[in-house]
Design a binder for this molecule. Structure first.
Ligand SMILES: [Ca+2]
Ligand SMILES: [Ca+2]
Length: 205
């Protein structure tokens, strides 16, 4: 597991990230990314546009670290979750995420251009299934119950399809939550050094 240092969302965290970024020149904003479940009858393309209208994008989950941050922020099962078919008004079976293999079957791509490496396909139904009785399944969805992934047709108009999406808002150039202990250690070191020099200057003065 990658060593990470972070704080859950909130004002303190945002200030802390901003201070660290200012001191070290490293961007810590990945920890400030915010995630929100938007419920509603969106097909995948409509969800993509709606997310952009809200100043974000369909969520891209590019590391186990980012997934943990999402779980911390929104909880599991996800908000509005119902383990019943998606014709149950106001509830969500799953959410659309920002990836598709429409261009080349089997080659999944995040809409943000981030590298495709982390996955959490649902093993029970042997996902990604590629196609099913409803046709090609080229759009990434996440089950609200446990966060496992499924490739879906892009439509919500059938049972066990999403009826909402996960919105991600970036506040930093670092998209995936990959901060490590090193920049934090550097920041602390620089703070200590700065304090030491200030103290010395006062003594000399
Ligand atoms: Ca992301
Ligand atoms: Ca599938």
């Amino acid at each position: 597991m990658t060593p990470t240092i972070g704080f859950r969302g909130g004002a303190f965290h945002h200030k802390f990230a901003a201070i660290l970024t200012a001191i070290t020149g490293f961007a810590y904003g990945s920890y400030a990314n915010s995630y929100e479940v938007i419920s509603g009858p969106f097909d995948w393309n409509e969800a993509k546009v709606d997310a952009e209208t809200r100043g974000g994008h369909l969520a891209t989950i590019t590391s186990a670290n980012e997934w943990q941050i999402i779980v911390n922020q929104i909880g599991l099962p996800i908000p509005y979750f119902s383990d019943t078919p998606s014709n149950n008004p106001g509830t969500i079976v799953g959410v659309w995420l920002g990836a598709t293999d429409l261009e080349t079957e089997g080659q999944w791509k995040w809409i943000t251009g981030e590298p495709w490496s982390f996955t959490q396909w649902d093993p029970i139904w042997n996902e990604p299934s590629g196609a099913g009785i409803y046709g090609e399944e080229d759009y990434l969805a996440m089950y609200g119950k446990d966060g496992s992934w499924n490739d879906g047709t892009g439509s919500y108009l059938r049972v066990f399809a999403p009826i909402g999406y996960l919105l991600e808002k970036e506040t930093s150039a670092v998209p995936d939550g990959g901060a490590t202990a090193f920049p934090l250690a550097l920041a602390i070191g620089m703070l200590v050094l700065g304090h030491y020099r200030l103290t010395n200057q006062q003594q000399l003065g």
